[in-house]
Design a protein around this ligand. Sequence first.
Ligand code: 13P
Length: 239
Amino acid sequence: MENKIIAANWKMYKVKRDVDAFFEIWRKYERLKNEIVIIPQAPLLSYVKNFLSYEKLGAQNCSDKKEGAFTGEVSPYLLKDTGCDYVLIGHSERRHIFGEKNEIMGLKIKNAIEANIRPIYCVGEKLEEREKGKTIDVVFEQLSVLKGLPSGGYDIAYEPVWAIGTGKVAKKEDASFVQGKIKEYLSQNKIGEGARILYGGSVKPDNSSELLMAPNVDGLLVGGASLDPGSFFKIVSSG
Ligand code: 13P
């Protein structure tokens, strides 16, 4: 099996002593062939960076601007300077809790690529959209911001909103189907060169292996189960 990318989105969890405790255990585990990305809160990035050896560092969000009077925003240029290789853009919590609109996502992705950081662009439908059979329409609309951007240099995470933090994981067939459609969309529009498609939403040690083996699943974006080093290690070593 080719190497996968498995990213730990720590969301708004952990302070420094929790990071110490995580890595005290994590560093005893063997090095894995899969690409691993740790994505902590922004003020923890430098701290976490000190613990990393082969693992990569990622941020949870960035500004669509390079620099300026934008209080509270974080520039991808600073993220790069801090050692980030990746940044999440358009996570459903940004879209649905903080009201970030689709239009700004393209600007953020462009800004991150220009800062030499690889965006992981998150897309996915809400439960009511899924129940109305609109999953593919919603995902394609979210992907449309990629048109007109550099033709590559980013990855995509399919995270159905109804599966995030709910314990309801998408069936591997459903994840494969939607992720296959995402690949078709990218290739038809001649965009997304080299993009890997991750699945996210209630990934746990007991479902990660079958998800990682499913067609079109090139990696995983893990929330809750990445907070504990033991469960995250089981996930990253399961495929
Ligand atoms: P959970 O794994 O906790 O469902 O979160 C998924 C997610 O939002 C990763 O970005």
